[in-house]
Design a protein. Sequence first.
Length: 312
Amino acid sequence: MTVKSILSFPPLAGMTYPNLDQSDLIRIVAGPEGVAEVSEADRSAVRVLMTSATRGCSAELADKLPNLGFVVSQGAGSDKIDIPGLEKRGVRVRCVGEALTDDVADLAMTLTIMLCRDLVRADAFARGGEWERGRFDVGDSPVGMTIGIGGLSGRVGQAIAARASASKMKIAGLKRGSNEGLGASLYDGWEALAEASDVLVLAVPGTADLKHVIGSRELAALGPKGRLINVGRGNLVDTEALIVALETKAIAGAALDVLDTEPVIPPRLAALPNVILTPHIGGQTWGQRSRGARIAEDEVLAFLATAHSRQN
């Protein structure tokens, strides 16, 4: 019987691994709780864990796989992966975040234009027959606006900047060494960046040190004509402060693909006409799934080939 050196949770829809399937090296379990049900001998044979952002890999899970050498996640999120603990054990971790870069950037720019042109309300205006009685309100043009990008030097940040530049927007970012030389105006701190921005886009991870980097002060600095886009993580924004800013029109609007309360939407937020809400779909496309699967499969095959050559 073939030794199963790869343990995998069920692949996400649209992710297939033909080369790994052909080698008959994968054992699939329903989720982290199912690993303990695999025999001790079979768990000892596992060298690779294929997981995802929602399933992760905790220290407790890694304890059950004593010969684990490689963890690959089928997405960008690593919140539930104990990267420091795994690296301490000598386990390599790989998230295939580059597969979703362009899709997240596309959504960020789409949300920017939707807010500027008030497209959600425009759709309702046309469908509801109001067009027969008059013209829709004049929208704002992103041309010439300044777009502040939190996470400017990252893959997603740079992809957003490229799209914004194509829309003739000016690029701004935080004063960081990594942002030097990127052709952007740089500002010292989130409040200063917000004040300089017509549109502020968040494309940074939700690490503990960035919790609520956008609060009442930053929203006040963004101002009554400013707009906030969040395609990063929900905990970057103080949701209560944002609701108040939207209710009082301290800012013009917001578009959120992520929330710290997701999937629950606060009723006050859902009732506001100057916010666009999407259900965390930034990287959720069939193209991303296909690209991510190819990267993950190649990484696993390369790891196993290297491990095999070391044994010989």
